[in-house]
Ligand binder design. Sequence first.
Ligand code: Z5A
Ligand code: MG
Length: 204
Amino acid sequence: MARGRFILLEGCDRAGKSTQCAMLVAALKEKGHSVELCKFPDRTTTIGQMIHAYLTNAKELDDRAIHLLFSANRWEAMQSMKRKLKGGTHLVVDRYAYSGVAFSTAKGLDLTWCKNPDKGLVRPDLTFFLDLPTTEAEKRGGFGEERYENRELQERVREVFLQLKGKEWVMIDARETVQSMHHRILKEAEENIRVGELDGRFAE
Ligand code: Z5A
Ligand code: MG
């Protein structure tokens, strides 16, 4: 059996990551794939609850301390994610280490320092970057409710994201309609899954 694929959706605030993750999971399930959604931060764990308190301004934390908590929140999911991938389940992941590095670097922390705690995490097979100008993000539901949701920081975050951009990233213009983004993302994800199945077959 081929290993499951790790499909990541990253991008700017309010770009539609969670909307597209849910649609992708539903479409892949419909086509008979074993697929699960993972979201970071995972606010359900003890560490995730500390992160939630910070993001909703209920708690103050040192910039480095919160950076490490975001990373720890990924590490605590690692065993389970690896087990699922090994068992042939595809994971659709809503934000990951790129968000960790982009936000903390935009706040002024050193880029290399920010990358270090995430070294060794399982790597995505495919990354979509949903790109949206901050002026458009501001018009969308919920913007401004949590810490970090202000124009100046969001613009710096986008710049760091673009510095981190890898060759395997697929850029998605998040000004497009929900449906047209979905068609593109589904097509690329299915292609990536097909390549993974072929690789798995050759490895047997
Ligand atoms: N953070 C960090 O600092 N370090 C880390 O390591 C990680 C995260 C992992 C919370 O993340 C914060 O944590 C985040 C980064 C930081 N801070 N900020 N800013 P989160 O993922 O929990 O944030 P969220 O609350 O889910 O927001 P989001 O991810 O930015 O939104 P989204 O998922 O991209 O968008 P959405 O919820 O799918 O859609 C937003 C709205 O736009 C909604 O009203 C939709 O109906 C609408 N929408 C969606 N698509 C479209 C299109 N195509 N056209 C028009 N309107 C649309
Ligand atoms: Mg979201």
